[in-house]
Design a protein around this ligand. Structure first.
Ligand code: ZN
Length: 344
């Protein structure tokens, strides 16, 4: 009798775990961040570069082939730059190269180990004005079908590996959104609601960003799940206020040695408007390019640590402000959780 009862209990337990499987998965992901080596707690993120690229291949989806680069060669070229930025104080690098543009998660995993850096990768597609980076099925399939493909990478891993995306990366055209751009935004919204992954969208001008935010809200996704990538390409800074006050992240991610004063100005504006808590900064640097001799000229990742931070400190930014920009905001932005829009 006792045996039979425990047998029934075991069956019931098994059934319960099947039924609540997805809820449990969501619980495990709550308040965590996904790197190419698995979950980490937000506290382990440290100083973070939220938009960089290890490798970018501009050949286009039609001729795309991972044999166009040799992982050993890429590691040899890129590793010194990663060690350099680690030395400068960086703990985490968010790799924004999407599928069909050179996303190679095994390469990222190896670099993460050898540089002792956390690296995040992504799911999603790069559309925008140049649609040559989209696979043929992106035109044919519905937003739901694309969301299913992206969600499958979250649930089952990328390219037959156990590596999972840490966020969704899409790209739209830099104007009123084209039909394909709208579809990608819609697909990202559906993927977010299933996975809790944050949406980073290569956007540029505010006209596109604000339309994206409207689509997300219509789909029930809160703007704080959205990163307006390349916001520095919008010259009307009052638009940053509009987006940030809606909850969206404003990503000023084109920092380089030559534009530090302009970044100080933009960040001073955001501080004055009390919007530093919605602001992200990075370089959009790196870029090993297959097809170029020795991968071309890589740009290093250290301007933020070696030039911008000292200049901000001199310009009256407190340690707390800087902590917010390079630690606290990245944790908040990339923590995995579904952010539902419940407003009007
Ligand atoms: Zn980029």
């Amino acid at each position: 009798m006792a045996t039979r009862r425990s047998f029934i209990q075991r069956i019931l337990l098994a059934l319960t775990s099947v039924l609540t499987g997805s809820t449990l998965a969501a619980k495990n992901a709550a308040n965590k961040i996904m790197t190419v080596k698995g979950f980490i707690d937000g506290g382990a993120l440290g100083n973070t570069l939220i938009h960089e690229h290890i490798l970018v291949d501009f050949i286009g989806a039609a001729q795309y082939n991972r044999n166009r680069w040799n992982q050993t060669d890429v590691i040899q070229k890129v590793l010194p730059y990663l060690k350099e930025v680690k030395e400068a104080g960086c703990s985490t690098l968010v790799d924004c190269t999407p599928n069909y543009l050179g996303r190679d998660v095994q390469l990222l995993q190896q670099l993460s180990t050898r540089a002792d850096l956390n690296i995040l990768t992504n799911t999603g597609y790069y559309g925008g004005s140049d649609i040559k980076f989209l696979p043929e099925h992106a035109f044919r399939e519905t937003a739901s079908a694309l969301a299913d493909r992206w969600t499958a990478e979250w649930e089952g891993g990328i390219d037959g590996t156990t590596v999972k995306p840490g966020f969704i990366k899409i790209s739209v055209n830099p104007d009123r959104l084209s039909a394909i751009s709208q579809k990608l935004v819609l697909a990202s919204a559906k993927t977010h609601l299933k996975t809790g992954l944050t949406i980073a969208s290569h956007t540029g001008p505010a006209v596109a960003a604000l339309e994206e935010i409207e689509i997300l809200k219509r789909e029930g996704v809160a703007p704080d799940a959205f990163i307006w990538v390349h916001a520095q390409n919008e010259n009307d800074w009052s638009q940053y206020q509009l987006a940030a006050r809606s909850g969206s992240w404003v990503s000023l991610d084109g920092l380089r040695d030559t534009n530090v004063p302009q970044y100080i100005e933009m960040l001073t504006y955001m501080k004055k408007e009390h919007l530093l808590h919605r602001t992200l900064i990075s370089h959009d640097a790196g870029w090993y390019e297959p097809g170029k001799p020795d991968g071309g000229n890589l740009r290093g990742f250290t301007t933020l640590f070696r030039k911008l931070i000292p200049a901000l400190e001199e310009g009256g930014f407190s340690k707390l402000d800087i902590h917010q920009l390079i630690r606290q905001n990245p944790v908040e932005a990339f923590t995995i959780r579904v952010r539902k829009w419940t407003g009007g």
